[in-house]
Design a protein around this ligand. Structure first.
Ligand code: ADP
Ligand code: MG
Length: 472
């Protein structure tokens, strides 16, 4: 305790400044999904959306450019056609001719004394200007001299003015309204685009789920191995990384199996070999003259024999790989209680009680699990004169069985120690309980092999509570 002094003080002072016990997750990891599949999908979908948006923008800009160019070309050609028509018309007839020309929507033309376009106005859009220039150079004679045309924007955005001067008299004024560009030429294009994006997103999600499935399988296999050392091996196929991981996992499982098996075998061998010298000792003890000593030695030897018998039974059961099957845990609990009641006819009926669901199916090894529960119920009856069982769902995926009795309980310092093989409390040694001190060891061994556990607690109102946990 004294060696832990500085560390304990440091821990106490850091607790005083309210350091959160769990480190706060960063914003990004809080927003992201928890699963690997979810995170991969989020990143891939983000990338997809980004690429699609960029592609759509480039496409739209390109379309706008093209439309502007086409508009400019059309308008400039029309403008020159009108100018040329008026050019060959005598001055006094120009009004009438202009009135008869069919003008496209957005284009208005008038024949005036003064130009409408002014250099003081904002400049016209560059493609228009470029087009007019190209047209004036390329068109067949008579050519328009650059100083005979004024092109400008106007006070209204999207409207530009062009004024052409005639050598003899007057100006042709054109008011050109540029229609706003339409980057999306059709609704079907947008619909197709959305459909394409959705299809790509669906494909991404499907691929991510498929690619992360081996990780889920590996986790499930590790979980199964924790409950059952003899669980079937993982299939060693699929992508090379997955196959390698599965092979490594199977090798590890095989090593664990061999390790457990070797140890059990060793315990069995030692137990078996001890039988012969004990038998010899018993024969020799019979020859002793001192009656009292002989009786004591024989009783000790009998106890040793019982312990070895229990050890061998434990090793035998452990080695026998009982398969896991679906079983009704509620029914098993009631059976264990019924059998215990039959074996203890002198105890009142109130000493046995079951509380919990009528039926509850779990996967377990029935004989082993029954032995574990029977050991705990047996202890409760032997040392506490009662066995009240309560089966409940403790948390999602976890079941809890509490076994209560009315006995003296176990000193706090011994609550863990009694799980060691052959460990018995002084008080129980003198009693005629017939135990050898392996009951709790076996119970815990079985429950841990199921992926569960058992611990002991002293109840505040007196008596002991054995708490069994099992995966649901
Ligand atoms: N319900 C209980 N109340 C009091 N003591 C207990 C209880 N269960 C177990 N113990 C103590 O733990 C020891 C070990 O139990 P166990 O491993 O079952 O061996 P055994 O019952 O053969 O003695 C017991 O000898 C007893 O002293
Ligand atoms: Mg016992």
């Amino acid at each position: 305790m004294s060696t832990a002094g500085p560390a304990a003080t440091a821990a106490a002072s850091s607790a005083a400044v309210a350091v959160p016990l769990r480190p706060r997750r960063r914003l990004l990891s809080r927003l992201l999904p928890r699963s690997l599949a979810g995170r991969t999908a989020v990143f891939l979908l983000l990338g997809l959306v980004l690429v699609q948006v960029a592609g759509l923008t480039i496409h739209a800009l390109d379309r706008v450019d093209l439309q502007r160019f086409q508009q400019a070309r059309e308008i400039s050609q029309r403008s020159f056609a009108i100018w040329r028509t008026l050019l060959v018309t005598p001055h006094e007839r120009r009004f009438m001719v202009l009135a008869e020309i069919d003008l496209p929507p957005g284009l208005r033309a008038s024949y005036d004394d003064d130009p409408l376009a002014r250099l003081s106005y904002p400049p016209p859009p560059p493609p228009m200007l470029r087009m007019l220039r190209v047209e004036s150079v390329m068109s067949a004679p008579p050519r328009l001299r650059p100083r005979d045309v004024i092109v400008s924007g106007s006070s209204r955005p999207g409207v530009m003015l062009a004024s052409f001067r005639f050598q003899d008299h007057g100006w042709l004024n054109l008011r050109i309204e540029m229609p706003p560009p339409r980057p999306w030429h059709s609704e079907t294009f947008l619909a197709a685009f959305v459909l394409m994006t959705l299809a790509a997103a669906g494909l991404t999600l499907w691929a991510v789920r498929r690619l992360t499935r081996p990780v889920r399988d590996l986790a499930a296999a590790a979980d199964r191995l924790g409950r059952d050392v003899n669980a079937p091996p993982l299939p060693e196929n699929g992508p090379s990384e997955v196959a390698t991981a599965a092979r490594a996992f199977n090798t590890m499982a095989e090593r664990i199996r061999r390790f457990v098996g070797d140890r059990t075998q060793m315990v069995a061998a030692i137990g078996h070999d001890l039988k012969t010298p004990i038998t010899r000792l018993k024969l020799r003890a019979e020859l002793l003259d001192d009656d009292e000593q002989r009786a004591k030695i024989l009783s000790d030897l009998e106890e040793m024999e019982a312990m070895i018998g229990a050890t061998l039974a434990f090793a035998r059961d452990d080695a026998a790989a009982e398969p896991s099957v679906p079983l009704d845990l509620a029914a098993l609990c009631r059976t264990v209680l019924d059998e215990a009641a039959d074996a203890n006819p002198d105890l009142p009926e109130a000493a046995f009680a079951y509380a919990g669901p009528e039926h509850l199916t779990v996967r377990a090894r029935p004989v082993a699990l029954k032995r574990a529960l029977a050991n705990l119920v047996g202890n409760a009856l032997a040392y506490g004169n009662a066995a009240r069982l309560e089966l409940a769902q403790a948390a999602p995926g976890q079941l809890r069985i509490a076994i209560d009795d009315d006995g003296p309980g176990v000193p706090e310092s011994e609550l863990e120690a009694v799980f060691q093989p052959f460990r018995r409390l002084e008080a129980s040694r003198n009693r005629e309980t017939g135990g050898t001190g392996l009951g709790l060891t076996i119970a815990r061994n079985i429950l841990r092999a199921h992926g569960g556990d058992v611990v002991l607690r002293n109840r505040p109102e007196g008596g002991l509570r054995a708490v069994v946990t099992l995966p649901a």
